[in-house]
Design a protein around this ligand. Structure first.
Ligand SMILES: [Zn+2]
Ligand SMILES: [Zn+2]
Length: 365
């Protein structure tokens, strides 16, 4: 029902629940009856599984005897939050270079990938990060040509500068890349001492990355011309920055929507209360109406994630969870018993309605 494996932690369970509760909420489905039923089932399933004792019971007996939620396990939410399957690439231009691919001469440098972790708060507001990474730089002594100063590359004797050699196999003749010059047609007889003739030296690069607000897990930024150095005048590769947004203890993200489950006490829910609710942009005051139920959702407009392309700001959805009081003192029990004496059908319309149905019910004999 919740799409989590049996091994899911309480935290994973809560997050899966929040996502589903949001998905099937009447605000989103336009009051669709099927979605409403689904939401009820989800609430019921979560109600069982969020309690460790009930969960143990369910794990032991629930799936073997056709209980309501049997068979719902084993859904594939395993990848939630991990490397997202989609991949967006944003071009970032540094120093006005832009892409210089295919400029003709030389061999282009390879692209480099850098994994950049950001917190959800950083992703919400955008952040400047300094990254330091190793990369191949074009050797400044030989400009990447590989030959010592004053010496020029010579034509490869093996292939005569063609870069390819022919080998006869009976009546066939096979052409392959020249093993001496690796296809370049030139050899360096007097290699540059700084780079041993490779034309490249190990270097380190420090770069400031502007992470745009709203960036999502798995998205990629491209820093053009910041990858490995090219050879023989070839352009640099690019630096690809793979964004990894860390999980948050309080919030679950669903696109531009931020979901947050807020527990309220049994009496707060009954009487109504004003509670403090965390958002990515600070604490907010939230008015809980009297008679609030578990699963009730309140939208905080504009308190979600911004769109990475700058279109609109998402919302935060607060999902209430009413906590039943536990470990009561004798005095508290007395108070609740007294409270029960004062209660009637108007206090508990759900219980009353159920009792009426039960009274009319004639079980088969
Ligand atoms: Zn060199
Ligand atoms: Zn050759």
């Amino acid at each position: 029902m919740l799409g989590v494996p049996r091994s899911a932690t309480q935290d994973e369970l809560r997050k899966a629940y929040l996502k589903l509760a949001h998905k099937y909420h009447p605000d989103k489905t336009g009051g669709d009856k099927e979605a409403e039923d689904k939401l009820k089932e989800i609430n019921a399933a979560y109600d069982i599984l969020k309690s460790p004792e009930k969960r143990t019971q369910y794990d032991q007996f629930g799936s073997t005897d056709g209980q309501p939620f049997a068979g719902g396990f084993g859904g594939d939410f395993g990848g939630m939050g991990g490397g997202a399957p989609f991949e967006d690439l944003f071009d970032m231009l540094f120093g006005g270079q832009g892409k210089r691919r295919g400029s003709g001469r030389g061999q282009a440098g390879a692209d480099l990938e850098y994994r950049l972790r950001v917190t959800l708060e950083e992703a919400a507001l955008g952040v400047k990060k300094t990254v330091t990474f190793a990369r191949q730089e074009t050797c400044s002594d030989c400009q990447g040509a590989g030959g010592a100063k004053g010496s020029a590359p010579e034509t490869c004797r093996q292939c005569g500068g063609a870069g390819q050699v022919r080998a006869a196999h009976g009546i066939f003749s096979v052409t392959r890349t020249c093993p001496v010059c690796q296809g370049s047609g030139r050899v360096i007889s007097n290699p540059c001492r700084s780079c041993s003739g490779s034309g490249q030296v190990k270097g380190r690069r420090e770069l400031q990355i502007d992470v745009p607000p709203g960036v999502d897990d798995g998205q990629r930024l491209r820093a053009a011309g910041e990858g490995e150095g090219g050879r023989l005048g070839g352009p640099r590769g690019d630096l690809i920055i793979a964004i990894q947004v860390e999980r948050h203890a309080l919030f679950e993200r669903d696109g531009s929507t931020i979901l947050c489950e807020v527990p309220v006490t049994f009496s707060q829910a009954a009487i109504g209360a004003s509670v403090k609710v965390p958002t990515l942009f600070g604490m907010d005051e939230l008015r809980i109406p009297a008679g609030a139920k578990t699963g009730a959702q309140v939208t905080l407009r504009g308190k979600g994630m911004p769109d990475v392309r700058g279109y609109r700001q998402g919302d935060q959805i607060v999902v209430l969870r009413v906590e039943t009081p536990a470990r009561l003192t004798r005095r508290q029990k007395e108070l609740l018993e007294e409270f029960d004496h004062e209660s009637d059908a108007r206090t508990y319309p759900g219980c009353d309605e159920f009792a009426k149905k039960v009274r009319q019910y004639r079980p088969g004999t």
